[in-house]
Ligand binder design. Sequence first.
Ligand SMILES: CC(C)CCC[C@@H](C)[C@H]1CC[C@H]2[C@@H]3CC=C4C[C@@H](O)CC[C@]4(C)[C@H]3CC[C@]12C
Length: 882
Amino acid sequence: MESFQNPYGSPLNRSQSLMSGLEKTPPTCNKPTHSRSSSTASSRHSRNIKDWEVMDDLQVDMTSGDNPQDMPVPGICEGYLLKRRKWPLKGWHKRYFVLETGILRYSKTQQDITRGKLHGSLDVSLAVMSINKKSNRIDLDAGDILYHIKAKSHDLFYIWVTKLSAHRMFKKNEAAHVHNGFLQALTQGTGGTGQSQTNDMQDVSSYQLYHGATGSYTGEMATPTPSEFPPGVNRKVSAWLQQTRDPDSCAQELNRCQLDLSELNRLVQKLQMLEGGQQAFSNGELQRIISMQNLSLEKPKKSRSGKIWGHSRTLSRVEALGMVRQPFRGITKSLSSSHLNSSSQLGASVPSISDYTPSIPDYVYSQLSPSTNTSLEGKKIQQEFCAVSQRVHASLKSVHEALAQERLRLQDTYHQSTALAETSSGDQSRRTPSVTDSAAEYFDASDDVLNGSSSESGESGLSDGTTTNSEPEEGHASATREYRASISKAPSSAVPKNTGRRCTLPARCPDNAHVGLMQILYNNIGKDLSRVSMPAALNEPVNLIQRLCEELEYSELLDTANNTQDPYQRMVYIGAFAISGYATAHYRNRYKPFNPLLGETYECHREDKGFRFISEQVCHHPPISACHADSDNFSLWQDQRWKNKFWGKSLEIMPTGMVNVTLPRFGDHYEWNKVVTCVHNVLSQQRYLEHYGEVVIRNLNSNACTCKITFVKSRYWGSDTNKNEVQGTVLDQTGSVIHRFGGLWHEGIFCDTFPTPQCVWKPNPQPKDYYLYYGFSNFALELNELTPDLKPLLPPTDSRLRPDQRMLEEGRVDDCDKFKEEVEERQRERRKQLAKRGEEHIPRFFKKAVDSCGRDVWLTNGTYWKIRENPGFANSKNLELW
Ligand SMILES: CC(C)CCC[C@@H](C)[C@H]1CC[C@H]2[C@@H]3CC=C4C[C@@H](O)CC[C@]4(C)[C@H]3CC[C@]12C
């Protein structure tokens, strides 16, 4: 009997059930490795965090050539669990979960699962799994999908953890073999297309799935085929693929697609039965399917209560309908082996064979008898069919997008390498930090990861990224489609105005795909994430206090608001402005802004836009950046503070400060909150940003109207049709909707309730080659420009004068890294000195105050522009930060 190493080094017999020893002990095959707590976590944080453990990310031997089918398919596990959702109806909700061949699906009820009314599904092998034994909670973070679930009892909790672990192991093993097969095909030059694969691979459906994906890869690469590549190129391609270790989102998307396809298959069969009055399969076939599962053909009996008994759960829908295809023959195997064996120990949630009454599932029977209300049901099925087909289409589309992005990455690398080749002769080793460097050198420095503070507890209620947490009303969804069409027709300010400012950056962005983020973040799970430093190659050459200014890119919306008589329409412009600040995030997921030093400042005087802006880092613990902008048409201020929460694959950023805008003409004072920003797949190259939640805009000086904006969380099917969707309404005092607007936060906003329906805002087109320049917009790339006339007027604390940031901008990544470290060290030293003297840092241009709701706010003290003018910063006492 072969044995293989589990991730902890202890050999496990292949035929041994992964569930053995289940009741007594926590899961043995993959015990939690990381605790979310650590000795360095502040005691304030540690009480709850300590209870969380991250299950080891299962490492499967990628090089073994074993047949994955040798590994037993873990048994199906199903039952009710509590699932947390955020909005609407925030809280824990009972949901029915089914875990089968590595896919966790859930619905509202067991019946819904049977009817195929899925709420969501997730490939558990792609998720980071954290558990909390004390509260029986399991978190699964698959990057774009995040489940928070809770078992009702400790026993159920252990059953689920064990089953999830087994399924994760199984699925990973399966994927590793596909991956390995593909790598082998490439390095051995056997070609990467489906035809040349071994038979046993074709046997497993998910393999075909992957082959589909690799087919697209080779399709994209067109010529030459892998077999024609010289060996060196093959090696490079394999290295690339190995680096793109988790083809997560594509695989996930394709998995969903696969689920949908089997769903379509089922619907087709149902339709056939209904419409042709024919059965999808003969009784003989049915008999065979059922007897395969040790059940004899017998009519279901009715219990006294009139209910058909014995089938609270017998066969899964797929099995019962005869969809147990060859590739899935493991399911049958599992039913008679591990599934059934273990279930006798497991109790309620997993059905045991002894619970089954030997008869045909009632579901199958109901399918056999010709339906009486054929037309109605048929129509329903057709509708369902359409919906599912659309999902398949959307999934494939998003896979296509991901591949297109990968192609971009390839192009980018190609450009960079040719550029490097051109300059390399004169350039002495522009080495960027390696994986090991980054882990060792940066890991315990004290710059902040994202400069936010890590959220305090899993139960804090701040975050709950459920899959379906911002469900828009159907009417709204179709409205968004229309808005989108109208926005695309609306003219954009295509030609950027010549502002006399720079149109590009001095150097391209560094490639940071190799940086060992995984190590950095994983090693810091449980630590206050704001205490972890990152290598410069991960930075973009703007600072968080400059980035605050980016929210003013579309300040003309505030100008328009100040010139709009009607208070409701005015509110629409304010709403559009609140949304416009998020647009840039669409292109900015590969780098993080520099963290401002305490006391660092930034000014931005835009004569062309008519505003003057200042910002300052006013507090380090927690990090707070304050800003203030003035123009003839508005004043704006906010202090930005946020908490972040790392779930294993995604990072949620929860801003807590409010944005304030006043309009002089009407005496309005608007105030609004910010939504959650989630960095999905933070560790991989498929990283992307999503904003979700609700913004409420109030006018503190008038209660004529309020505005509600929902940033819709994209739904579980990963369709891009509802990605980045926003919906807004302006409500009057009585709560009636006066205006309705919406669209996408990266594409624009349309209002169809204006006297003439119109596109209220559309983002500026991105500059040429933006991908090579950090994804910056024109406005963003102007932020750090330092002109000779400006230089002498700035205080020495201005971000434009910060040397490490300038070095990065000029492409001197190594120099930047060194200097950044020095700057951080000096900051630590200053802090120590201050503490020694028992003093506190006092911000120079902002003062702390309390707003009408009792919140701490930072307001300008009005001195910046005055000092600048007279006596000038050159003639006043300044902080020395670098
Ligand atoms: C590890 C690194 C490379 C991942 C990249 C992280 C990037 C995408 C993160 C780091 C800090 C983040 C920003 C922090 C704070 C805010 C304020 C919020 O109101 C809008 C989103 C915004 C502006 C975030 C956008 C995403 C962001 C820029």
